[in-house]
Every structure is written in structure tokens, then in C-alpha cells.
Design a protein. Structure first.
Lengths: 112, 114
């Protein structure tokens, strides 16, 4: 199984809503990542988790709150988002051997 | 920290033309290199990757890339493009250790016209 599974695939939420994006992998990878991608732009790193601990936060606003409940799961909790936060949110994982990174298909988020 | 430069922002080619997209990276140590493609409205797909060994790497859909260490380059090529190759192409690099993330270039938009 070399899959990173992200749910939901599409999410529309209001600016006052609270929602979560979920990412799951069963490859035993201990590094997991959240990226944000706007149209026609490269993915931008948001967070890095290593061994279930947050190791990098790229100055992401607090309305995005990551969580790693166990080694297979990575969540991104969303609260009070702005329309400009509408984007494709990508999850990725990397094995300890270091040289392969797997991306999920992403969650398309629209904030209205 | 490593960085990636893609020289062409937008490339327009006719069908059957040959393609070469430039990619340079800056990092003095061991890196792994990737090319991703993203079709309109779709997710990232891995085209090919280089870890070690033969510097000429073949990927899916007839794409190939050549790693030239002395030039810190990893250019993507295809001998004959098709209309269906219209997409964004991203070069990316990852340092071969730890949990450092994949770093992407700004991307090159390829438009193939009939």
C-alpha cells in the first residue's frame, strides 16, 4: 500500500464554520506534511510532523491547526477561514529511508 | 536551504514539437529530484524521479529527464508533445536525510496547440 488518502475530496465551508481535513497513510512513514496550493502555483509548505511532533510551522495563521493523533493520521482543523484560503490542500508522507515522498490527491477547499 | 529554479514560466508548442523544460537547483549535498505534472483541475502526478545511478531517467507518458550534477540541472524532455500534455510542470528537490520537505520550483505552464 503506497497510498496517502485524503478526505474529503471537496469541501465548501462558510467563514464561521469549523471543519477538518483528514490524511491517512499506512506505510509506516514518520514524516508527514501539509501543503497548500493555489491555482497555477506550486505547493507551499505549511506544516511538517516528524514522529508525531510538529517540527516545522511555516508561519501559518492560527486559523489552521494541525494535529497528528497517531503515526498514520494527520488532521488539519479549520476555523474562521477567509475566502483567500480557498485552495487545494495536499498531504504528503516520507519514509525513514528518505528518498520517496508520496502525495495524496488533495482536498479542494472553497471558503464562502 | 535548497531552492529550485524553473526558467520558463509559460511554454507554447505545436503538437509534435520537442519539449525541454529547464530546472536548476541549489544545494551542495545529496538530493533527490522529481518532476510532477498537474493537469487542469487535477492533483499532482509524479512523472519521474532521480535518486542515483543512470543520470538519464525515463518516466511515464514518454517523458525523460537528465541529471547533470556539474550544472545542478535536471531538465525535462519529451521528443514529441501532444495536446494532452497541456499542464503545469513542477520540478522539485528533497534533501536526502531527515524530515526536510519537498521544495518545488514555481512551475512551467505548457500549452500545446494543434
Amino acid at each position: 500500500d503506497t497510498e496517502v488518502t485524503q478526505t474529503p475530496k471537496h469541501l465548501v465551508m462558510g467563514m464561521t464554520n469549523k471543519k477538518s481535513l483528514k490524511c491517512e497513510q499506512h506505510m509506516g512513514h514518520r514524516a508527514m506534511y501539509w501543503y497548500k496550493q493555489k491555482a497555477k502555483k506550486p505547493p507551499e509548505l505549511m506544516f511538517v510532523y516528524s514522529y508525531e511532533k510538529l517540527s516545522i510551522n511555516e508561519s501559518v495563521p492560527s486559523r489552521f491547526s494541525p494535529e497528528c493523533p497517531n503515526s498514520s493520521l494527520l488532521n488539519l482543523h479549520l476555523h474562521a477561514l477567509q475566502p483567500e484560503d480557498s485552495a487545494l490542500y495536499l498531504c504528503a508522507s516520507r519514509g525513514d529511508s528518505g528518498n520517496t515522498i508520496y502525495f495524496g490527491e488533495g482536498s479542494w477547499l472553497t471558503v464562502v | 536551504a535548497q531552492s529550485v529554479s524553473q526558467h520558463n514560466h509559460h511554454v507554447i508548442l505545436s503538437e509534435a514539437a520537442s519539449l525541454e523544460l529547464g530546472c536548476n537547483y541549489s544545494y551542495g549535498g545529496t538530493v533527490n529530484l522529481f518532476w510532477y505534472v498537474q493537469y487542469p483541475g487535477q492533483h499532482l502526478q509524479l512523472l519521474l524521479k532521480y535518486f542515483s545511478g543512470d543520470p538519464l531517467v525515463k518516466g511515464i507518458k514518454g517523458f525523460e529527464a537528465e541529471f547533470i550534477k556539474s550544472k545542478f540541472s535536471f531538465n525535462l524532455r519529451k521528443p514529441s508533445v501532444q495536446w494532452s500534455d497541456t499542464a503545469e510542470y513542477f520540478c522539485a528537490v528533497i534533501v536526502f536525510s531527515g524530515n526536510t520537505p519537498l521544495v518545488f520550483g514555481k512551475g512551467t505552464r505548457l500549452s500545446v496547440i494543434a
